[in-house]
Design a protein around this ligand. Structure first.
Ligand code: URP
Ligand code: ZN
Ligand code: ZN
Length: 455
């Protein structure tokens, strides 16, 4: 055996039990009450929880936005990930006019290959189907390459209209893939932005006011409507509003394969953050909503309506956020979270808000299954030995100097967590121990995904 983790409490999405875990050649080889014999390394995990490495299915590393690029690239972003117990990240390359899906993703894969500190997979955001919708013919080849999920933005300049969304839903249904949507109503939010700007209301609060709950809710319902119409599975990314959550729950009750993700920023904060002195730092889209939505999202997690908690990690440097001090339209959208999500959700478990199994379910097991990542997401014999040791007694205060991102600020500054990861193993190799990154760039591998496991 290469590694034996002894005396810990194993947490899966369905149970917690005391066991030893043995690792051989990067895989979980044995889970048993006692594992004897020789091992390259033996760790006593008494008092600690043994968790699967986190799977963050929504990040934007090195994302170009106008003349800016998001602050974390494939090195610093994945380094921060492993220091927060995450061993797999999914990035979102954006296909542009005239470009193929595999070509788009292959470019990003090459950027990640020599620097990634954890394993990585890609969705692909589709922006243009090309003449005669030729790009649809590439979906099967993309699936063969391991790209089995596609994002449609319903906003921004890269949005697709409902006709294109419908075609993508049909194609993903036929190829065993999954469509994901960023749901907001662009017409309405642009009209509201124009009104606020002409009235001189350009502070960060009006970022929220221009795209409040009902702007997101309509698009969520519209996306579900089209998915149901063509009997296609649909995954709503970064769901942030109560009414949208209820629409997901209703569709699910009727037996439709509609899935939802939310993010920690929508669970911790409310729209009041936009009134803070540094309100611009919280600008992301969808905007952070009111307390009713925040509370409903927690209920959605507890009741199993939310399938995944991901980060939408997309931070920008302070000076870049500052561009919009007096004009919210100039604030680059996105916040950091890649290192904070898993500890935050585990702290919610440790303080009784959800169970540890639920935290593992939404942060690792279910997103891995949904997105065809069969070797990840669970402490199970045969899976990759992506393992986190978690000390429930360790108090932790998030502060920039303890983080491993390249960004020069964090919206999580000062948030106190009960319990914290003390070690992360990527395929059996230590990559993080007690506050320090221990891996090497390039250790991460590309994950060729299969079809969605929950369709
Ligand atoms: O504000 C955000 N979420 N920025 C990243 C791009 C997106 O919309 O997911
Ligand atoms: Zn989005
Ligand atoms: Zn995003």
């Amino acid at each position: 055996m290469d590694l034996i983790i002894k005396n810990g409490t194993v947490v899966t999405a369905s149970e917690m039990f005391r066991a030893d875990v043995g690792v051989e050649q990067g895989k979980i080889a044995v889970i048993a009450e006692r594992i004897g014999g020789e091992a390259g390394r033996v760790i006593d995990a008494a008092g600690k929880y043994v968790l699967p490495g986190g799977v963050d299915v929504h990040t934007h590393l090195e994302l170009p936005v106008g003349d800016l690029v998001s602050a974390d690239g494939y090195y610093s972003g994945t380094r921060a990930a492993v220091c927060g117990g995450v061993t797999t990240v999914f990035d979102y390359p954006t296909q542009t006019k005239g470009k193929g899906i595999v070509e788009t993703v292959a470019e990003r894969r090459a950027m990640a290959e020599t620097v990634a500190c954890c394993d990585y997979a890609f969705h692909c955001a589709i922006t243009d189907l090309g003449a005669g919708d030729a790009l649809l013919d590439e979906f099967q080849a993309a699936a063969d390459y391991g790209i089995t999920s596609f994002k449609c933005y319903m906003v921004y300049d890269i949005m697709v209209n409902d006709g294109v969304l419908l075609k993508i839903l049909e194609k993903t249904r036929d190829t065993g893939c999954l469509t994901t949507i960023h749901a907001e109503n662009r017409d309405v939010l642009e009209a509201r932005i124009a009104s606020f700007v002409s009235a001189g209301k350009t502070d960060p609060w009006h970022h929220y006011m221009s795209r409040p709950e009902f702007v997101e809710a309509e698009a969520v319902k519209r996306g579900i409507h089209w998915a149901v119409a063509v009997n296609a599975p649909l995954y709503i990314v970064h769901l942030a509003c109560k009414e949208g959550l209820y629409a997901v729950a209703e569709a699910r009750t009727q037996g439709h394969p509609i899935y939802a993700e939310t993010c920690p920023q929508y669970l911790e904060f409310t729209s009041e953050v936009y009134k803070r002195e540094l309100g611009r730092n919280f600008v992301c889209s969808p905007a952070i909503k009111g307390p009713e939505s925040r509370d409903a999202l927690w209920q959605g997690i507890r009741r199993g309506v939310i399938d995944a908690v991901a980060t939408d990690h997309c931070p920008f440097a302070q000076a870049e956020k500052d561009r919009g001090i007096h004009d919210f339209r100039k604030i680059p959208n996105g916040c950091a979270g890649i290192e904070n999500r898993y500890p935050y959700m585990l702290s919610a478990a440790n303080t009784g808000r959800i169970s540890f199994s639920k935290a593992v379910e939404v942060c690792a097991e279910k997103p891995a299954a949904l997105f065809g990542c069969t070797s990840k997401g669970s402490i199970t014999v045969g899976k990759d030995a992506d393992i986190v040791l978690y000390d429930p007694a360790k108090d932790f205060e998030i502060t920039l100097k303890n983080m491993h991102s390249n960004c020069d600020h964090t919206i999580w500054e000062g948030i106190r967590l009960k319990g914290y990861p003390t070690a992360t193993f990527l395929r059996g190799e230590p990559v993080y121990e007690n506050g320090t990154y221990k891996g090497a760039p390039g250790m991460g591998r590309y994950i060729k995904r299969g079809a969605s496991g929950l369709n």
